[in-house]
Design a protein around this ligand. Structure first.
Ligand code: ZN
Length: 102
């Protein structure tokens, strides 16, 4: 019996390319109406997805696609949060790369 492995896919609101959900960064509007970066991908609420790079974040912001996807206005603070998150993720990655090297 053949079983197709199902990989959930989502499209980036910045560049519109479709990728595996796990490769994207989820931004969520919580039931309380807060918009935040969902690094775990598990928060409840309405989500939008972005590639993990600043270009897509800026694109999504400029074109107001993030605001449209989430149904709320998006402020610069969120963009800063996203960039901060990306920088952190980059740092963690660099650290684990070094750990495996030594
Ligand atoms: Zn993208």
């Amino acid at each position: 019996m053949k079983r197709a492995k199902h990989v959930p896919q989502r499209s980036c609101v910045g560049c519109r390319s479709v990728r595996a959900k796990a490769e994207l960064l989820r931004i969520v509007r919580t039931p309380l109406g807060e918009v935040r970066v969902d690094g775990s991908g598990k928060l409840g609420g309405r989500g939008a997805y972005l590639c993990r790079n600043e270009r897509c974040v800026e694109q999504a912001m400029k074109q107001k696609r993030l605001a449209r996807a989430l149904g709320v206005p998006i402020g610069e603070e969120l963009i800063e949060d996203v960039k901060g998150w990306l920088a952190e993720a980059e740092k963690r990655k660099a650290q684990s790369d070094r750990a495996t090297d030594s």
